[in-house]
Ligand binder design. Structure first.
Ligand code: MRU
Length: 355
């Protein structure tokens, strides 16, 4: 086994073994375990339970997952193939509702099927293999470009704050919000990064602090409710977060607690940057109000990380996995194609669609 978590692929395909290969992120940082998932219900479960998580990584996992489903469909008849492909796609798409990358990747794979309906099923399967690998490769290139664009806004020695894990573990490499941290580290920028622990699933503590420390980046873990304190002390020059879906007006869904960080950043005049691959921008969703927010198991709040239950038995729990940060709190949305500022409706369309 490799020494560093950064040397292990977050999501991969083992075509010979018909397996989606992932790091089981529910076990990190205590145990580094690589899983080979072959059955569709195992892949669905891995996305649902966050063994593989983070919007771009979910998209890549879905692309490999639907390729594996397609590969196993035993027919030469296109209509029968397409019907079973659709069923498998709808099934994977039902695993998590908020990150648009899931449906984006499945739709992109389906478009390949429809575009090549005149070819044999065997050829279509090969096309899907290539497309899924391309989605993975593009993600790495996109994250790197986001990191380079982000670096133009930062200076060496800056204090940065991030929430949840928009890191390499949420993507195929570099991360989105962490890409500039990783690239800056290689250039000797010496950033000082504060990671919110990110209740209730602790992605900041378990994943971001783990991967940034592994890269040798100056990393300080804080509880979520400490962000305003480090901001007030002047220790934070910029906030960098990822996102699961950006609405056409710039409202942004990301891990629960992100909007609280944005509100605090506004109070202390700290730029709040959202790092977003353009695949996360959903022009079909006009504003944050129509983004479906995943509700999760109350046990994540009351007991999951505790030795004993930390809440009275049967207490009502509200456990939304994401919140929406209003566009007006966002200083800029940093994509692989450029840095987008308000007014977002016009400028997101300009950068993404060239209109
Ligand atoms: O529930 P998770 O862990 O999948 O949530 C992840 C986030 O909110 C990330 O910030 C987001 O997906 C961006 S990852 C580059």
């Amino acid at each position: 086994m490799s020494d560093s978590i950064l040397d292990i692929e977050t999501v991969d395909l083992d075509d010979e073994k018909n397996a989606l290969v992932i790091i089981d992120q529910t076990l990190l940082p205590g145990e580094v375990k690589v899983l080979h998932l072959t059955a569709q219900n195992e892949i669905w479960e891995a996305i649902k339970t966050l063994r593989v998580r983070g919007a771009p990584a979910i998209g890549v996992a879905a692309a490999f997952g639907i390729y594996l489903a397609a590969k196993s469909i035993d027919t030469d008849d296109f209509d029968e193939f397409y019907k079973k492909f659709k069923e498998a796609s709808d099934y994977l798409n039902s695993s998590r509702p908020t990150a648009v990358n899931l449906s984006w990747a499945l739709k992109r794979m389906e478009e390949k099927v429809l575009l090549n309906k005149d070819k044999s099923v065997k050829e279509i399967k090969n096309i899907l293999l290539e497309e899924s690998r391309l989605i993975k490769k593009e993600d790495t290139d996109i994250c790197r470009a986001i990191g380079e664009n982000t670096l133009t806004l930062l200076k060496p020695g800056m204090g940065l704050l991030t929430h949840c894990n928009a890191g390499q573990l949420a993507t195929t490499k570099y991360g989105t919000a962490t890409a500039a941290m990783h690239l800056g580290q290689k250039k000797g920028y010496n950033f000082k990064v504060f990671c919110d622990e990110t209740r209730p699933l602790l992605q900041g503590a378990r994943l971001t602090a783990f991967e940034l420390s592994a890269a040798g980046i100056d990393t300080t873990l804080i509880c979520d409710n400490m962000a305003p304190t480090v901001m007030k002390k002047g220790l934070v020059d910029a906030v960098l977060v990822g996102c699961d879906r950006v609405a056409a007006n710039g409202d942004t869904a990301n891990k629960i607690g992100t909007s609280y960080v944005a509100i605090a950043a506004k109070r202390y005049n700290i730029p709040f940057y959202v790092c977003a691959p353009t695949s996360t921008i959903d022009f079909d969703t006009s504003s944050g109000e129509s983004i479906i927010i995943e509700q999760r198991d109350p046990y994540e709040v009351t007991g999951l990380w505790y030795e004993k239950p930390m809440a009275p038995e049967g207490v009502k729990v509200f456990n939304p996995a994401f919140d929406v940060t209003d566009a007006e709190l966002i200083t800029a949305i940093i994509t692989e194609k450029g840095i987008v500022r308000a007014p977002y409706k016009e400028n997101l369309a300009k950068v993404c669609k060239g209109v």
